[in-house]
Design a protein around this ligand. Structure first.
Ligand SMILES: O=C(O)COP(=O)(O)O
Ligand SMILES: [Mg+2]
Length: 228
């Protein structure tokens, strides 16, 4: 029985993977889950203030995981990672001529940069600095801990005191693969990275937010957890 649905934001709740426009029909759909007793949570590389704002006004009640797993909120705020030296934001953006996200000012542990293209030189620099580096397709992320959304999702599920088999996750990019390892049912939206589709239990026919609408319909019909 699905009791919690966790959704990535950029590329999953948006109209497409290269857009910041929220697919409003996806939000309306997820609210149907909440009305049917299934809580909805957000899991993203975005900062806590951004995610807490979205979570509050989407009127979801399943909690959130921000900063690619480092910050968890569900009735209480839990920081799961080591803080990063924030001066690295300016250093990294100068060395590689990338834009340091405005959100970095509001982050503790995971810094992000655009454009999202990861180069071998960046990977080598991060390794030499003892940092971890990845790209979500929207931004490059560097952190001190080997964070991943999975570490935060595991903590959030613990706070819910439920089993991972009762949790369904929806995502689109490589940063969602660790997230998927911590949930029972893994859903990739239709335009996901191929590596995400490979590990998914279900790939939606529709892309991004419309894929969320599609999967919510299936959940409510009981088609995904063996009830139909
Ligand atoms: O912050 C990013 O890089 C993208 O965010 P996401 O984890 O919601 O896809
Ligand atoms: Mg995403």
């Amino acid at each position: 029985m699905i009791r919690l649905v966790l959704v990535d934001v950029d590329g999953t709740l948006t109209v497409d993977r290269n857009s910041y426009e929220i697919e409003l029909s996806a939000i309306e759909s997820l609210r149907r889950l909440e009305k049917n007793g299934i809580k909805v949570g957000l899991v993203s590389g975005n900062s806590y203030p951004v995610l807490r704002g979205l979570y509050t006004y989407f009127y979801f009640h399943g909690g959130l995981v921000a900063e690619n797993g480092c910050i968890v909120y569900y009735n209480e705020l839990v920081r799961v990672c080591e803080p990063i030296d924030k001066s690295l934001a300016e250093k990294f953006s100068k060395i590689f001529n990338v834009i340091s996200s405005w959100q970095n000012e509001f982050k503790c542990c995971d810094l992000s940069f655009t454009p999202p293209t990861l180069s071998d030189k960046m990977i080598e620099w991060a390794k030499n600095m003892g940092l971890y580096i990845k790209s979500s397709g929207y931004a490059i992320h560097i952190s001190k801990s080997q964070t991943g959304k999975g570490i935060g999702v595991r903590k959030l599920i613990e706070l819910h005191n439920i089993n991972k088999s009762e949790v369904l996750g929806i995502g689109d990019s490589s940063t969602d693969i660790e997230f998927f390892e911590e949930v029972g049912i893994k859903v990739a939206v239709g335009n996901s990275d191929e590596e995400v589709k490979k590990v998914a239990n279900y790939v939606t026919l529709n892309n991004s937010g419309k894929g969320v609408v599609e999967i919510v319909d299936k959940i409510l019909k009981g088609e995904l957890d063996g009830r139909n």
